[in-house]
Every structure is written in C-alpha cells, then in structure tokens.
Design a protein around this ligand. Structure first.
Ligand SMILES: Cc1ncc(COP(=O)(O)O)c(C=O)c1O
Length: 493
C-alpha cells in the first residue's frame, strides 16, 4: 500500500497576530519555536504554501517567503513534487537538546501516585519464557475456530463496529457463561447475575469499591495473590486488612474469627489456594460459609484456574452453596489467553446495578467484538474441547517439570509443592535463601520466575519460587531448570 503523507495541523499558528504586521517574520519565529519544542519533528510534512495562506488568510507570497528562509537555514527542506518537510538532520539534534533541557514540573507527586508507580513494578509482565504463567503458543493457542469466528463476525456480522454496548456485557456471552459454569463448576445463576469484566483483576477492583464503607475490616488469605492485596491496601475506603493464615486445608476460619469476627468480607481462592495450590477442605468451606451467614459478610471467591485439574474430581464452587453471599469471579486468562482480558463476576442480584455502574465509569464495557467471538466459541462447544486439549499439554509439562526439578535441584535447597491442578507450582526454598534475589538473578539469566515472599504478610514470610506452566518445549524447560539450579546453589554460598 502506498504510504500516505501525513500533513500535520499547526496549533502554534494561533500565535500569529496579523495586527502586528511582519507576517512572514512572525511565521518564521513560530515555525522555529515549533521545531525547537518538538511540536514539529524531522520528516513532518508541512501544508502547501497555498493551503496555509488560505487557512491564515494571508498572501501566498508571504508563506513562500517564510518557507524559503527556513529552507535556507536548513530547518525545512523541499522535495520536488512532494512538498516541504521539516529537515531530517538539523531538527533531530535541536529537538533532542531541547527535550533534555526541559525541566520536570515541580508539582509534588501525591502518596497515591508514588504508591501506584511502585505497584507497576510488580505487575510488569515477565518475558514469555519458562516459567511465565499461561503463555499460549502452538498447542495451547485457540484453534482455527477462534480465527474463523473472528473473521466471520468482525467484518460484517454481529461483531462489526457499532455504538456503545451494555456495561454488563452482551447477553449471548452471559447466557453461554451461565451454562458453562453450571456444568463445570456447579455455579447456579441467571445471565442477569453475570457481569463481563476485563478479567478478575477488574472485578476485584470493583468489589473493593462497592462492597465496603470507610474503615471496614476484610479478611484476606495469608499468603494471597498480590493483585488482591495491592488493591485492598490502596483502597479509597482505608480498609483494615486482616491476613488470615492458611494451612493445608485452606483459610483458618477460627483464627479469622479470633482476629476480626466482624469483618465485612473474606477474599479467598477455594478451589486452588493462590499461591500454595491446595483446595479448601469441605470442613473449612462449611465453617467459612457459617461465619459469613452469621456476620452477614460477603465472600469473594476467586476461581482463577479451577478448570485445569490433572486428577480427581473438583470441589464445586462455594457460590453454589450460598449464592446470595458469594461473589464468584472467573476468567478466560488461563483457559484461553491473558491478553484477551475477559472474565466474569457472578453476583447476588442486589449487587448487579452497583457493579455495572462502577464498571461503566471505568471503561464503559468490554470490547464487544471479542465478546461475540467468545460467545460463539463457547456456545459451539469449542471452549470445553480446547480445555480438554490444553489440560493434556499442561499435565505433560507439569510431569516433565517435576521430574527435572527432582533431578537438578538439591533437596536441601528446594522442595516442590506440585499440587494437582492449575498453571503454576511452588518450589519452596530453604529458609536462608532470599527468593527475591534468586528470582531477580533468574530473570537476569533469561528465566521468568516470581518470588513467593511478596504474597505473604510481613509476619509469616516464607521463601519460594512460583513456576508457571506455559506451552514451553522440553529442551527450553530443561535448560531453564539447569540454570535455575546453578543460581540457587550460587545464592546458597
Ligand atoms: C489468583 C489470581 N486471581 C486473579 C488473577 C487475575 O486474572 P485476570 O487475568 O483474569 O485478571 C490472577 C492472575 O494471575 C490470579 O493468579
């Protein structure tokens, strides 16, 4: 396709004051300043002298005079039959010097601005290499049907460009999800209770706003997903966060009751505790629900990767046992791909309008085209087929990884907690090893890995590494584990 010349608008021309006369001199000053400030950059095309003269209502000769002067100075250059452009050479160095000299504003950053800038460091995605979580390539990418529905619907069909859509998400996707979660997770809901979100992350954020009053107390598992704790720590409601320790059965409800009986909500990962990996026992589920009933508290059930089980039968979701108190959060990040940014919240009916109201203020609604493609993908049975397929790939990778870790990582330095589901495993490290330093060294040598200690509260920190299952080949994984073993041994010295 022929490259179109970009003729830029010239806001700086508002500085021209015809009453002051000397119009061509004024034009020269204005253009020079625009180049120095970077409003005009090398290669930018200028309007033709005729066009500019017309717009400014001045004689064409005046504009030509200004252009010729700037060409003579080397600020502009003229190309036969193409027009006048900002010069490729002089302009670059002038702009760069000026940019360097520009002073940063003195306005101080608020503590919130500083805190969010820190948070960004934690949430930068890791490079797509072992052991980043959920990197779909080849075998774990959605199949041709995904592309087919995309082509079919986006061009002319239901997903073609249109006006604003429903903040709750499109109905056909909500119907498809209601049907899917009933079969796969024993979640019972009407499509009217479902809100399509930009992943669980957005749903957690909305929950943190709408469920609480100022200074309310909430329970959060210890350890827990940083995406949850970071939101709560920076909530505008100044929430009091009670970290409730987990043991091998999940959140210790009796400890939560002792620490803060009257909390307003509990944020939990019952089907696959994040990051440790075990499901919450039936006894704990019953105790948690009994507490929530008694206290009239919400339970936020983060069900981020329960579809990926490698043995046994899954526990049904908590939502099915107390649909009026549980907010169930699901995502397509793990079973399809994270860049899709689609998830769902299944809400008690009385919360739906508030949830959608805040959602509308954040980003109106999720991209409609992707929702239509996903709805068709689920309705036609492709999602469940896809999950069966990727489960095999991840199960295979998981076994390979367990085997490699057993062979390469000395037992006194690392102990693997593999669990039997999900997209990551936990490698506990000996207490004296600094998991953050090891994760950083690993990253520096091309291995994407996260430390577990930031998921803990200060009192209970443990050392370990979160190893994600992605669609990596065996040689890649073997190289990464061998290298990781060397790094761990190096840090042992
Ligand atoms: C426990 C947990 N909850 C929520 C999320 C957020 O997922 P999403 O991509 O849907 O925002 C993640 C992502 O890794 C997670 O691990």
């Amino acid at each position: 396709m022929a490259r179109m010349t970009k003729v830029i608008d010239l806001p700086s021309m508002t500085k021209l004051n015809k009453a002051n006369g000397q119009i061509s001199t004024q034009l020269i000053h204005i253009f020079r300043a625009a180049v120095q400030q970077g409003d005009l950059q090398s290669g930018d095309a200028l309007p033709s002298s005729r066009e500019l003269a017309q717009t400014l209502n001045v004689a064409r000769g005046t504009v030509i005079e200004a252009y010729e002067q700037l060409i003579a100075e080397g600020v502009f250059e003229s190309h036969a039959r193409k027009g006048t452009f900002v010069s490729q050479t002089l302009n670059h160095s002038t702009t760069e010097t000026l940019k360097r000299e520009k002073q940063e504003t003195d306005i101080p950053l608020t503590s919130a601005a500083q805190a969010f800038a820190e948070i960004l460091k934690e949430f930068r995605p890791l490079p797509h290499r072992p052991f980043a979580v959920s990197v779909p390539t080849g075998r774990t990418q959605p199949n041709d049907m995904w592309r087919k529905y995309g082509n079919q619907y986006r061009a002319r069909g239901i997903a073609a460009p249109s006006g604003y859509d429903d903040p709750q998400g499109i109905l056909s996707l909500r119907i498809a999800i209601a049907d899917y979660v009933r079969r796969s997770r024993s979640v019972h809901c009407d499509p009217e209770q479902i809100v399509i979100t930009s992943g669980i992350q957005q749903a957690l954020y909305i929950c943190s706003h709408i469920l609480f009053n100022a200074n309310d107390t909430v329970w959060v598992e210890d350890p827990a997903y940083r995406g949850t704790t970071a939101i709560l720590e920076h909530s505008l409601h100044h929430l009091k966060i009670i970290r409730v320790p987990v043991d091998e059965e999940g959140i210790q409800v009796n400890i939560g009751r002792t620490l803060a009986e009257n909390a307003r909500a509990a944020f939990v990962t019952p089907s696959h505790q994040y990051p440790i990996g075990m499901p919450m026992s039936l006894a704990r589920r019953t105790a948690l629900l009994a507490w929530a009933k008694q206290q009239n508290a919400w339970i936020i059930e983060d069900d981020y990767d329960s579809e990926l089980r490698y043995s046994g039968q899954p526990f049904p979701a908590l939502q099915g046992m107390a649909s009026d108190q549980v907010i169930y959060l699901g995502t397509f990040s793990k079973v399809l791909f994270p860049s899709l940014r689609l998830g769902y919240a299944i809400l008690p009916k009385k919360l739906v309008a508030s949830f959608c109201g805040l959602r509308a203020l954040i980003d109106r609604h999720p991209p409609s085209a992707d929702q239509h493609v996903l709805a068709a993908f689920i309705q036609e049975g492709h999602l469940e087929r896809h999950i069966r397929r990727i489960r095999k790939v991840y199960a295979e990778n998981r076994l390979q990884l367990i085997n490699m870790i057993e062979r390469h990582i000395p037992k006194h330095l690392g102990f693997l907690q593999s669990g039997d589901q999900g997209m990551h495993m936990l490698l506990w490290l000996a207490d004296h090893l600094d998991d953050r330093a090891i994760a950083q060294s690993a990253l520096d040598s091309g291995i994407s890995i996260k430390a577990v200690s930031p998921t803990y509260s200060n009192q209970t920190k443990r050392s370990g590494l979160i190893l994600g299952l992605g669609d990596f080949d065996i040689q890649q994984m073997e190289r990464a584990v061998t290298q990781l073993a060397k790094i761990i041994q190096h840090h042992d010295r």
